[in-house]
Design a protein around this ligand. Structure first.
Ligand code: KG4
Ligand code: ZN
Length: 335
């Protein structure tokens, strides 16, 4: 058998996902069951509800993936599963399912870092060229990651407080938008004007770290002060001003890092990569630059999915990495 088929399983947060990727780059099945509707009324992900939904959905999602791919267990080279970071109970549901399948069918098991998955979503679009830089922006992470070769991740900058997506969700809640707020703010931002002056956390000279909690507080204070003065701020302008600040900092720091590290590719990864303002600003900045290639995955591969876990798992499997049946969830796993 020459073709490699990796079954990916992802349950770190509120999407139950299974996918099959051929030879590390070709999606042959990609199934995602979203739980967003169940968490919406609580304004965020409720861990216990997430775990219960994963348990209910895992078999369905996995069987659908096998059906889509028209494969049987003999064809599967390895099972790649997210081992962290994420919600511990949610991670455990996927890990236990992966272990049971690996054990009963004697298939190798590979634990995958969730952020490595987000980065490797890009390899489902284009072959990676090193050195490269990845801007990872999700609900739990905001990081600039430098890679000099496959499977080698160096975090050169990260958020000191809130992740970009977290800031989006908190600001959205403040202006009365439903969870998850990122897409709603994005939509409003395009209808408004960035007329409100909001801070940008550049931090120390040359730092690639980020901070978004000050910006979030500034939005809350601005709304509060306006209300006290009896001024009605248009939520569209609030959204546009907030988004302008986030995008400005992300794009400026990323551009500086691309120049400093002289990378061949810039990859965008994570749920916030779905942001239209961010995508447009990066395209504007990098489309004219021949020395660096910008890769932005389609929306379905930016938010949580299992194809990205299978893609990252493929590289780890090729490198000889194997997990045993003692594999455990690691909510704080380092990249
Ligand atoms: O990567 P992801 O699906 O899950 C995590 O691993 O965190 O990211 C989810 C985050 C949420 O905070 C959501 O609000 C944000 O991505 N998001 C967006 C957009 N679409 C999703 N943020 C800004 N603009 C968007 N269009
Ligand atoms: Zn994610």
């Amino acid at each position: 058998q020459t073709d490699q088929y990796i079954l990916g399983i992802e349950t770190s947060c509120d999407e139950t996902a299974a996918a099959i990727v051929k030879n590390g780059r070709e999606i042959v099945a990609n199934v995602v069951a979203s739980q967003i509707e169940s968490h919406k009324r609580f304004g965020g992900v409720v861990p216990e509800i997430a775990s219960r939904h994963h348990v209910e959905q895992l078999t369905i999602v996995f069987e659908e993936a096998m059906k889509q791919a028209e494969l049987s267990f003999e064809d599967i080279s390895a099972i790649a599963v997210t081992e962290g970071p994420g919600l511990v109970g949610a991670l455990l549901t996927g890990i236990n399912a992966a272990k049971a399948l690996a054990f009963s069918h004697s298939i190798p098991l590979v634990g995958v870092h969730h952020i490595a998955g987000h980065i490797y979503a890009n390899r489902l679009i284009k072959e990676l060229e090193f050195p490269l830089l990845a801007l990872v922006v999700s609900g739990g992470h905001t990081e600039l990651v430098y890679m000099k070769e496959h499977g080698n991740f160096k975090v050169i900058g990260e958020t000191l407080d809130d992740a970009a997506g977290e800031a989006y969700d908190k600001v959205a809640r403040t202006i009365g938008l439903p969870y998850p707020g990122g897409p709603h703010i994005d939509r409003l931002a395009h209808e408004g004007q960035a007329t409100i002056d909001l801070p940008r956390a550049w931090l120390s000279e040359g730092s690639f770290d980020f901070s978004f909690s000050g910006l979030k507080s500034a939005v809350i204070n601005t709304l509060h002060n306006a209300k006290q003065k009896g001024i009605e701020l248009d939520p569209k302008d609030v959204a546009a001003s907030f988004q302008a600040s986030v995008v400005d900092v992300l794009v400026t720091k990323t551009t500086q890092a691309v120049e400093k590290y002289k990378v061949k590719q810039l990859l965008l990864a994570g749920g916030v990569a779905a942001n239209k303002g961010l995508r447009a600003a990066l395209e504007k900045e990098f489309s004219q630059k021949d020395e660096v290639e910008l890769i932005i995955p389609p929306l379905s591969l930016c938010t949580d999915n299992a194809a990205m876990i299978a893609a990252a798992g493929s590289i780890l499997f090729d490198k000889g990495m194997r997990s045993d049946l003692a594999l455990n969830a690691n909510p704080g796993l380092e990249l």
